[in-house]
Design a protein around this ligand. Sequence first.
Ligand code: C2E
Ligand code: MG
Ligand code: MG
Length: 390
Amino acid sequence: MGKNLAGTTISLPELESALAEGRLVYYYQPKISLVTGKTSGAEALLRWIEPDGTVIPPAEFIPLAEESGFITEIARSMFPKLIADLLIIHDVNDALTVSFNLTAQDFASPEITDLIRDAVLCKKVDPKRLQIELTEASILDGSKPIARVYLQTLVDLGLTLAMDDFGTGYSSIDTLSLWPFSVIKIDKGLIGRMHECPKCTAIIQSSIRMAHILGINIVAEGIETSEVYDFLMQAGCTEAQGFWMGRPLPMEAFLTFIKKDPRWSGLPIGLIHIAQLDHIHWRKTLIDQVINSSFEGSAGKVRRFTAEMDHTQCRLGCWIYGHGQEFKGRRAFDLLEEPHRRLHEAGRKLIDAAERDAPHNEIADLLRALTQESSILLGLLQELENQAVI
Ligand code: C2E
Ligand code: MG
Ligand code: MG
């Protein structure tokens, strides 16, 4: 039985009738893109509304629902409501992604997966606009093993999977490497302790960098002040959710919120910094590759990185033709494309020379050409960063 705020207990029959009588509803908490400063989506969060208007938060009934196994019945009967809400939300803005919380139990049988798959296959919903949040703790709870195949079916359909409460589990990194997550949500506890805990700040910064290298998105939850918002933006975090920007809202209030289309600051300074690191990482990988090609057979069993040679596909290229477009029109940004293209040309020639065992002085000349383009790029990125902060 779950204890409510008044200290009394909620029983399973009460929860069952609340669901049957339509007293469970979704509230929607906005998520903000730290790149554009605009609303990018929302998280659907359950609320139990009593006839007198009292709102019972999930902490008071989700544990009971999980313990009793009733949680999957809640997910099953609330899903059509979620899809109906999503369609109304998309009437206002069809670029918004809505995430919802599931637990391991929901993947113990095919029921929930089938429900979601049917909604996608009937074209009721664009799978790219639907995201599942699952905690690491839920995945690791051995008493309710997840059938990987169901989760993978949904990811294959195009839904994204977010690891909720990242940083609270004991093997988050391990879980991340074993399951098909494409989004990390940094736990609000870590975010909340940042101001008094330099280690938390460092963990958050390195999680952001790690997510970037893995090519996955990173959302921070629990942003309660403008300082924390600014810090995360400057650190290169891509999305944020918290009371400072918006609390979980009933559907009508959420629609009013997105119709107003509020703006926060969204200058992606942190992403310029990450673009610099990406470029340095690419250059090092390429040079390692050139050096290692003369030590054929020494690669051992560890798979080595190879530098992406297509200038539109490397991380810096993805940034230039993606998020970086926010800076279009700024001199330093507009000048980036040419040296970046030349850099890749120089890189290709260098690899080619190394592979055919070219003389040492030819390789040295090509290396010089490569580092020259690299310095131009780093100079322009630095100029762009300087302009962005003033
Ligand atoms: P969660 O999925 O980690 O959701 C985020 C929680 O953080 C929400 O609490 C939200 O209101 C709260 N939050 C967001 N920003 C801030 C902030 O700036 N400061 C503070 N102090 N809190 C913030 P909520 O709505 O009470 O939900 C609690 C948990 O209940 C959720 O944590 C999730 O684990 C669970 N839950 C909610 N809805 C569902 C559902 O439909 N199914 C399942 N299985 N679990 C759900
Ligand atoms: Mg969540
Ligand atoms: Mg969370």
